[in-house]
Design a protein around this ligand. Sequence first.
Ligand SMILES: NC(=O)c1ccc[n+]([C@@H]2O[C@H](COP(=O)([O-])OP(=O)(O)OC[C@H]3O[C@@H](n4cnc5c(N)ncnc54)[C@H](OP(=O)(O)O)[C@@H]3O)[C@@H](O)[C@H]2O)c1
Length: 162
Amino acid sequence: MISIIVAVSEDWGIGKDNELLWHISEDLKRFKRLTSGNAVIMGKRTWESLPKKPLANRKNIVLTDNPHETIDNAITAYSIEDSLSKCTPGEEIFIIGGGSIYRQFMPIADRLFITHVHRKAPADIYFPEIDMKIWEISEEEEFEAIGSVGIPYTYTIYKRRK
Ligand SMILES: NC(=O)c1ccc[n+]([C@@H]2O[C@H](COP(=O)([O-])OP(=O)(O)OC[C@H]3O[C@@H](n4cnc5c(N)ncnc54)[C@H](OP(=O)(O)O)[C@@H]3O)[C@@H](O)[C@H]2O)c1
């Protein structure tokens, strides 16, 4: 099972200047809960953006196109196929970004865990379009803004149509 997990703005932005657009603590906790114990695959820019690396209790696989590079404290992969071959059969795999990696895994992902953040924000990296002819919503849960600085968001899980 390959799952993409991402938080997107109202206009599908996901990052700016190699950082996230927000830090919604409940969403980050959910990310940790869902991904813990599993493999996470990410691009090198996302790896570089992590404040604390590797992500604890997860198999961290980092993609780079540079055949001479080895990423310290992570498993280095040099292509999409190579990253998948470094997972064990039956292992749950989460694709955790960024934009270039989401785009490449969209055609082979089984599920999308999208946090739709109900805010617009300036961004320089975007999530690819979700084609509803290919995907259907399997679960949805809405959250109101909490406190004066809270941001409302919706968790939506999409699954690939059969
Ligand atoms: N909102 C969210 O949920 C979320 C989640 C994650 C990330 N983000 C944001 O996304 C942004 C980063 O995304 P990004 O698109 O700029 O970078 P990225 O996808 O994280 O990393 C891109 C790098 O990955 C490597 N790569 C990509 N495809 C590859 C392939 N097929 N084979 C081998 N290596 C490959 C290349 O590394 P080399 O240059 O070493 O060759 C490439 O430069 C940041 O702003 C981050 O905060 C947001």
